[in-house]
Design a protein around this ligand. Structure first.
Ligand code: TLP
Length: 353
């Protein structure tokens, strides 16, 4: 049996041989003492890339978001974020338990906040009945929004609202390079409107572990303290930072291949009975709407293709470094056959009733 085509997430990638070589050769030291030269090099390089004073290497995207929130909002302050955002849905409530913040969740197409809704959701009333807004967080690209890219004008406008009202803006850029390669907006272009920005190396960039948070020196220093407090101080983390540096040099441009495959997957399957594409798919994430997500992924798995059920009727496919054109063909064929299998079963059921 062939190895499965794993489209559950872009987190499932395994390091390439060349990345493993970079890991093997990494110079390391104790990063809790600030002595790991490879971690230091990565932090310096990322800070420069996004044009921020400092950057901090962290174990996960979840920790990067949590540190950004904890360092920029006081307990009982309000954080504005999208109802489909990652911290609100998939970070185990960490922002409530650890940062102790209130959330004001807003809607918006494809996981994107509109400046108008942000403006009208701000709580600036000094009356002590209220919980003041201190932070806005956005997600670029959006995960539950189907890999949508924030228009730069929208970020510019939200950044302006934040600045004018003395608030901070954090960008969860877990997949920021997917936005960069597709839109042509440079990463520092997106970052320039935000106080802090985080991104993940362990998604489309294909490293085993690691994310990074960048921002002003003072904020990153505070985040550094919280990272230690939360048990995220890593020692010879240079082996992970080496993978991240390798990925920045070698895996950014190729994200376009993931986007091309996502597009081809979608255009080839559009019109197949029993499936719908509920969202646009401008980057590497494709959502399928089916009658029963669990049943559908069962049929796919029988055909050697793994996808993630994200609701009762939604199945997510994320194109990634480990899925080549052959994997794409296998995925297309598996979806087609799964849709036929469901339709066959339905018609048998209908005949029986
Ligand atoms: N997302 C994962 C799951 O948690 C859902 C995935 O498979 O997509 N921000 C965004 C936008 C993310 O999509 C993720 C991971 C994170 C943050 C958290 O990153 P990790 O998994 O490193 O904590």
């Amino acid at each position: 049996m062939d190895t499965p085509v794993d489209l559950r997430s872009d987190t499932v990638t395994r390091p390439t041989d060349a990345m493993r070589e970079a890991i093997a050769k990494a110079e390391v030291g104790d990063d809790v003492f600030g002595e790991d030269p490879t971690v230091n090099e990565l932090q310096r390089r990322v800070a420069q890339m996004v044009n921020k004073e400092a950057a901090l290497f962290v174990p996960s995207g979840t920790m990067a978001n949590l540190l950004a929130i904890k360092a920029q909002a006081q307990p009982a302050d309000t954080v504005i974020l999208h109802v489909d955002s990652h911290p609100f849905n998939y970070e185990s409530g960490g922002m409530a338990m650890i940062a102790g913040v209130m959330t004001k969740t807003l809607g918006g197409d494809y996981g994107i906040l509109s400046p108008e809704s942000v403006q009208s959701a701000l709580c600036l009333n000094p009356d002590h009945h209220y919980s003041p807004t201190s932070l806005i967080t956005i997600e670029n690209t959006t995960n539950r929004g189907g890999g949508a890219i924030y228009p730069i004008e929208t970020i510019t406008e939200i950044g302006r609202i934040a600045r004018e009202n003395g608030l901070k803006l954090h960008c969860d850029g877990a997949r920021i390079f997917n936005a960069v390669v597709e839109s042509g907006v440079p990463v520092d272009g997106y970052a320039s409107h935000c106080d802090t920005i985080s991104f993940c190396f362990s998604k489309g960039l294909g490293t085993p572990v690691g994310s990074i948070l960048a921002g002003p020196l003072e904020t990153i220093d505070l985040a550094h303290r919280y990272r230690k407090m939360f048990g995220g101080g890593m020692r010879q983390a240079g082996i992970l930072a080496a993978a991240a540096l390798y990925a920045l040099d070698n895996h950014v441009g190729r994200l376009k291949d993931d986007h091309r495959r996502a597009r081809e997957f979608r255009t080839t399957l559009e019109g197949v009975d029993g499936i719908e594409f509920p969202l646009p798919s401008p980057t590497n994430i494709v959502y399928l709407k089916v009658r029963d997500a669990m049943e559908f992924i069962g049929h796919l798995a029988e055909r050697g293709v793994l996808a993630l059920p994200l609701s009762r009727s939604r199945v997510r496919f994320v194109f990634n470094l480990n899925v080549d054109d052959n994997g794409l063909e296998r995925a297309i064929e598996a979806v087609r056959r799964a849709a036929h299998a469901v339709a066959r079963k339905d018609s048998q059921r209908a005949q029986l009733s």
